[in-house]
Design a protein around this ligand. Structure first.
Ligand code: FMN
Length: 186
């Protein structure tokens, strides 16, 4: 059975560097099922800490049910995001906040993983300038979320200096290596 990759698309910009890099890397992998969640075009609700999930065991909103199904079944989830003001683009951050229902489930059920399948996550970042500190912060955010999502961060790729001279080829190669490694060591 072919492995499943879910891409969280965190830029809708024409000529987006992140989109160019992940599209190129995915073209290099054979026999995979790819689904893409376009965080900018999906008008999903924000988590506002209403605590419905704590009471009822699921989010009050059903608008991400399709995404969560893909998310739970994926072998690899690729989070791609530009650096916007030192962190994720707003829709990607809002998506990460919507993992709250998994968080409440994890603690309510004695730290039992709410998702049965162990998955790998990859972070792809583009930054107009250096982006190192922002990428470290984004990594920290994801690693924290991953503890309650039965995931581990398999690798991070930063394509810096997109305002001037980004090294696109290196970013593409780095992502291909991480992707192939993530798919091979089950
Ligand atoms: C609202 C906004 C905020 C940004 N903030 C930063 C920033 O804090 N640091 C940085 O290095 N680049 C920043 N940038 C530049 C983007 O990270 C850069 O253009 C990146 O290539 C965008 O990703 P994309 O090419 O995939 O769309 C910002 C761009 C926008 C539109």
């Amino acid at each position: 059975m072919s492995e499943k990759i879910l891409v969280v698309k965190g830029s809708c910009r024409k000529g987006s560097v992140t989109n160019h890099i992940w599209q190129d890397a995915l073209n290099s992998v054979e026999d995979i099922e790819i689904s893409v969640f376009d965080a900018f075009s999906e008008a999903f609700a924000f988590c506002n800490g209403c605590n419905f999930c704590e009471e009822m065991g699921r989010c009050i909103h059903r608008d991400l049910d399709g995404f969560f199904k893909d998310f739970e079944n994926a072998d690899v989830v690729l989070f791609s995001s530009p650096v916007y003001n030192g962190g994720f683009s707003a829709p990607v951050k809002a998506l990460i906040d919507r993992f709250q229902a998994y968080y409440t489930s994890f603690y309510k059920n004695g730290k039992t993983q709410p998702i049965k399948k162990k998955r790998k996550g990859i972070l792809l970042v583009a930054a107009g300038r250096g982006g190192v500190v922002a990428t470290e912060d984004m990594q920290k955010n994801l690693k924290c979320a991953f503890t309650i999502l039965n995931m581990e961060l398999a690798g991070t790729v930063l394509c810096a200096n997109t305002d001037t001279v980004p090294d696109l080829e290196k970013a593409k190669e780095d992502l291909k290596i991480i992707l192939k490694r993530s798919l091979s060591d089950e």
